[in-house]
Design a protein around this ligand. Structure first.
Ligand code: HXC
Length: 257
């Protein structure tokens, strides 16, 4: 498919989505949103895909929502067109998503990375929620997901000052999974995503859903959810295969059934 603002391709069992608005540091306008959601939804519906990588350019993962596109909107318009609403569909894909972040991940860009399951950061990555400098606040999940990722005091400081943090600080704060040298970012993303994509899809879906339950519910509810999801996997052929392969001292051959 020919997209205007992203590139989408398949490598093995990994679906790649590369943001491509070089003139605007990958600012997330409506077209980017529609195209990312479309590409991710297609990968999610394809059993041959076991993981998705979302990346940007060397200079910017994404420098935020497109300020020029939204500057003149009224509050009523923002409400009525649900301007950023479709991003919820990206956050809801069942397939694990690895964000590979190089350069700026600001505002909506940071929020988009936080919709992913794993965040790999180049040592050049810079994260922040600078919306306060524009007279607004984060609007794609920043106040909620950043707080859960780094805790209330770090989140408040970042959101109230609008300052950026570098990759090392983001890693210490728990916002990123791992920092790698910039030159290795795409290789590392491919390795991580390929490792994930080699697992049984039903177990990947279950793991992602259980991790989401941990963010969204009480401990008791989350534990109940996990127990049921764990038990349900014993009805898959891949569970029988995975455990047989262990006993037979060979690698498993998963069929995603
Ligand atoms: C629209 C953007 C943009 C953005 C950069 N550009 N960020 N356009 N929306 N968010 C454009 C610039 O206007 C410029 O185009 C080109 O990209 C290159 O950017 P420069 O500013 O010239 O680059 P540089 O000097 O290297 O500075 C990089 C930067 C700066 C520090 C990242 O671009 C910046 O501060 N950008 C805005 C970051 C931000 O505030 N993000 C939060 C957005 S609000 P032209 O054609 O002018 O040269 C948000 C809300 C989310 O995300 C919640 C929504 C519900």
């Amino acid at each position: 498919i020919d997209y205007e603002t992203i590139r989408s391709e398949t490598r093995g069992r990994v679906g790649w989505i590369t943001l491509h608005r070089p003139d605007a540091l990958n600012a997330l306008n409506t077209t980017v949103m529609r195209e990312v959601v479309d590409a991710a939804t297609r990968f999610d519906a394809d059993e041959r895909i076991g993981a998705i990588v979302l990346t940007g350019s060397e200079k910017a993962f994404a420098a935020g929502a497109d300020i020029k596109e939204m500057a003149d909107k009224s509050g009523l318009e923002m409400t009525m067109d649900d301007h950023f609403g479709a991003w919820a569909r990206f956050a809801a894909v069942r397939t694990p998503v690895v964000a590979a972040v190089s350069g700026y991940a600001l505002g909506g860009g940071c929020e988009l990375a936080m919709m992913c399951d794993v965040i790999l950061a180049a040592d050049t990555a810079r994260f922040g929620q600078p919306e306060i400098n524009l007279g607004v606040i984060p609007g794609m999940g920043g106040t909620q997901r950043l707080l859960r990722a780094v805790g209330p005091y770090k989140a408040a400081e970042l959101i109230l000052t609008g300052r950026m943090m570098d990759a090392a600080e983001a890693e210490r704060a728990g916002l990123v999974s791992r920092v790698v040298p910039a030159a290795d970012l795409l290789d590392e993303a491919d390795k991580t995503a390929s490792t994930i994509a080699g697992k049984s899809l039903p177990s990947l879906y279950a793991a992602k859903a259980a991790l989401a339950a941990a963010q969204e519910s009480s401990l008791a509810e989350g534990l109940r959810y996990e127990k049921q999801a764990f038990a349900a996997l014993f009805d898959t052929e891949d569970q029988k295969e995975g455990m047989a392969a262990f006993r037979e001292k060979r690698p498993p051959h998963f069929t995603h059934r």
